[in-house]
Design a protein around this ligand. Structure first.
Ligand code: URA
Length: 209
């Protein structure tokens, strides 16, 4: 099974509580998703390789470190994943951004791809896929499949809230993908919404309901 990193940082847990509140409005919800993406992204980038360089300070030459190695791409799963892009790119401004559009078939609850636009050089990049909610795990697995199909070797998946069944489905199908999440909730209801969750994250980010 893939590694699952739950980010127990107090700031993450506090912001998730604010996100859950049905009285949290669109502006605040969007800001919280972005902040959570930055905090979880901080952990997801913890193992970026460094190389030593020399920099002249006003006082002396410093042997110091900068990030080296393969470049990053961030891939949000449309539409809710868009809310997490700014948070991650504020940490890694040079990252390129791809998009994968998936919708959930209301009858079968499986995910259907309707859009994909990825950087040309994605196979040479490490990829962080972002989607705030992992419910059944179908869209996470579909997005990972699309990225793997482009020849990407190092993929991480970041979410804010997941269900136990969804995250296990991803971990079992993609044992090579490290997962970073804020919290694992109780489960899914009959409509495959995460309980207690936050409701429809896309609607709450974009104010469409
Ligand atoms: N997507 C959401 O936005 N919310 C859920 O609870 C499940 C999937």
């Amino acid at each position: 099974m893939a590694d699952l990193h739950i980010i127990n940082h107090p700031l993450v847990q506090h912001k998730i509580s604010l996100l859950r509140d049905k009285n949290t409005g669109t502006k605040e919800f969007r800001e919280l998703v972005s902040e959570l993406a930055m905090l979880i992204g901080y952990e997801a980038t913890r193992d970026l390789p460094l190389k030593e360089i020399e920099i002249e300070t006003p006082v002396a030459v410093a042997k110091t470190k900068v990030i080296s190695g393969r470049k990053l791409a961030v891939v949000p799963v449309l539409r809710a994943g868009l809310g997490m892009v700014d948070g991650v790119t504020s940490l890694v401004p040079a990252a390129k951004i791809g998009h994968i559009g998936l919708f959930r078939d209301p009858d079968t609850h499986t995910s259907v791809q309707y859009y994909s636009k990825l950087p040309d050089d994605i196979a040479e990049r490490d990829v962080i896929i972002v989607d705030p909610m992992v419910a059944t795990g179908h869209s996470a697995n579909s997005a990972i499949e699309v990225i793997k199909g482009k020849g990407v070797k190092n993929i991480k998946f970041m979410c804010i809230i997941c269900s136990p069944e969804g995250i296990n489905a991803v971990r079992e199908k993609n044992p090579d993908v490290e997962i970073y999440a804020g919290v694992v909730d109780e489960g899914l209801n009959e409509d495959k919404y995460i309980v207690p969750g936050v409701g429809d994250a896309g609607d709450r980010i974009f104010g469409t309901k």
